[in-house]
Design a protein around this ligand. Structure first.
Ligand code: SAM
Length: 239
């Protein structure tokens, strides 16, 4: 991956998510012991509490974050955006089955150039997506741009572990060896689930992501670690 240009990396990521799209939800559930549902619900509550209006979910994949947002009374409608069309097809099917099509719209687009005017949404969320962005500062600035003043940018993401304890040593090993094995067993795609631990190793720690959000112009930044410190919800407000 290191030898690829930004555009080549984006194409690689898009093809990879298209390949695993139909097994994505199942693997998420197996790898997190089903906790990913509770994590998104918690992030959703933090994103919208005390606000009212439309919400945006970026890198929406099969739409679970968008559906959690749509179920909140504060939210009047949700746009879910992703650059992988196979994911959006699955999201639309789930919206119909969950009777949420009237509240959700799924659109194709890139996180680095959001197809929306400024100051539209009460929040922009992204779940397990920003680790894959080729230019995080640009994508964060785009999220800030489309959120209205007082609105929130929220990320739920696997972060690089920091600290000296046993967990920061053991969990990356688990990721490196168990995740590719699960990926080949369940999604029959060892390569995609070898990419996952590598992308975490190359990603930011929770404290570094705080700083990246601050640099994008957000304020009141805080994070909450979950899943033994492997995952974090980050939240910041647009001034
Ligand atoms: C790991 S999935 C996350 C799906 C969902 N948000 C969730 O919580 O499970 C990552 C998604 O990000 C999308 N993605 C990655 N880079 C993107 C970009 N630059 N613009 C839009 N979508 C992107 C992929 O297509 C994929 O569907």
């Amino acid at each position: 991956m290191a030898h690829l240009t930004g555009q080549e990396r984006a194409r690689y990521v898009k093809r990879m998510f298209a390949r695993i799209s139909r097994r994505y939800d199942l693997l998420n559930t197996v790898m997190t012991g089903g906790r990913h549902y509770a994590w998104r619900k918690r992030a959703t509550r933090m994103a919208v509490e005390g606000l009212r209006g439309p919400a945006l979910d970026i890198a929406t994949g099969t739409g679970d974050f968008a559906f959690d947002l749509a179920r909140r009374p504060e939210v009047t409608g949700v746009v879910g955006l992703d650059f992988t069309r196979d994911m959006l097809t699955l999201a639309n099917g789930k919206a119909n089955r969950q009777k949420l099509s009237n509240l959700t719209t799924f659109a194709a687009g890139d996180a680095h150039a959001l197809p929306f005017t400024d100051d539209q949404f009460i929040c922009a969320t992204v779940g397990f997506g920003i680790r894959n962005f080729i230019d995080l500062p640009t994508a964060l600035r785009e999220m800030v741009r489309v959120v209205r003043s007082g609105g929130r940018v929220v990320s739920l993401e696997i972060v690089r572990m920091e600290g000296r304890g046993l967990m920061p040593k053991l969990l990356p090993l688990h990721f490196r060896y168990v995740t590719p094995w699960l990926g080949s067993l369940i999604a029959r795609d060892r390569e995609a689930y070898t990419y996952l631990p590598k992308s975490v190793e190359n990603f930011l720690s929770a404290t570094e992501l705080d700083q990246a959000m601050r640099d994008s112009g957000l304020q009141n930044i805080r994070h909450k670690k979950l899943g033994l410190g492997t995952v974090a919800i980050h939240i910041g407000e647009k001034p």
